[in-house]
Design a protein around this ligand. Structure first.
Ligand code: SF4
Length: 284
């Protein structure tokens, strides 16, 4: 009989829960609105909000003059706020306070004269937003071997909030070696989010105790993908699924313990569906 064990910390983080609650409250009170991008990287959340009147738009040009617009938990660049002000749209800002802190850190470092290196995925909306606060004095990269402008006096290294803190520490060490002879000052500021770190740690601890682990969450969710990588790195058989429909029976052949974990953007309902389906698999 296979035992199903959930990670100690999994699913919605406080920033995502806060953003979803803000949007739901706004929809209830003031009716339909637009969200500038997916409010979180999870199709179930996006669909559920869309049913309640939350229209997803990719560009401010798609927002009608009388509509309210919501900035997502990932935050946005300075130019987006300026454009919203210029169009006199009503703003619902759900930027996670931890992302906001990373943006402010980037802006302050630039004010202090640093060139900012953001350890992260250049195309991720959060990273694009953080970079925008550097006013052109920053770059996003996954490798520290990057060109910096001539005459740079200091390099600061920060991170996309969802980066694994250990990987950030390794990156920062490599960056320090890379720039030690090129600039007089190097500053490392850990802007990773403790919420995601707690999920990585709980996932990796659970992975060591089970024969197979399911990581639940959207494939477009950076933190869910990293959670799956973290579990897989322990050597356990790992499957990243978006919902219970993707579960395959033969993953559990000869397994006595199955672990379940989920990214910070995965709603409780989707996790519970997976657990229910696994319990049915084992014949409970
Ligand atoms: S993972 Fe962290 S930074 Fe991202 S939304 Fe959640 S609390 Fe905020």
């Amino acid at each position: 009989m296979m035992q199903v064990i959930k990670a100690d910390v999994l699913g919605f983080c406080f920033g995502v829960r806060r953003a979803v609650t803000m949007i739901e409250t706004e929809l209830e009170k003031n009716g339909p609105l637009c969200t500038l991008g997916a409010i979180v990287h999870n199709t179930h959340v996006v669909e559920s909000l869309s049913e309640k009147g939350g229209r997803l738009v990719r560009d401010l040009d798609e927002v009608l003059p009388a509509e309210a617009v919501a900035i997502t938990a990932h935050g946005a660049g300075e130019e987006v706020y300026a454009a919203i002000r210029e169009r006199e749209l009503r703003l619902i800002d759900t930027t996670c306070p931890i992302v906001r802190r990373a943006q402010q850190t980037a802006a302050n470092l630039v004010k202090e004269g640093f060139f900012v290196i953001v350890y992260g995925e250049a195309e991720h909306p959060e990273v694009k937003g953080i970079l925008s606060w550097t006013a052109g004095r920053g770059i996003a990269t996954q490798t520290p071997e990057v060109e910096i402008p001539d005459g740079t006096n200091g390099v600061a290294v920060i991170a996309q909030t969802t980066k694994n803190p250990q990987q950030f520490a390794q990156f920062a060490e490599r960056a320090t070696r890379e720039f030690a002879r090129r600039v007089p000052e190097i500053r490392i500021v850990n802007t990773t989010c403790p919420e995601t770190g707690r999920r990585y740690q709980a996932g990796s601890e659970l992975a060591k105790k089970v024969d197979v682990i399911l990581v639940v969450g959207s494939r477009s969710s950076a933190n869910t993908r990293k959670l799956a990588e973290t579990c897989s790195a322990t050597g356990v058989s790992t499957h990243h699924i978006e919902s219970s429909d993707e579960i395959e029976e033969d993953w559990f052949t000869g397994c006595s313990r199955c672990g379940v974990t989920a990214g910070a953007s995965t709603p409780d309902k989707v996790i519970e569906d997976v657990v229910r389906r696994l319990n049915e698999e084992k014949g409970e």
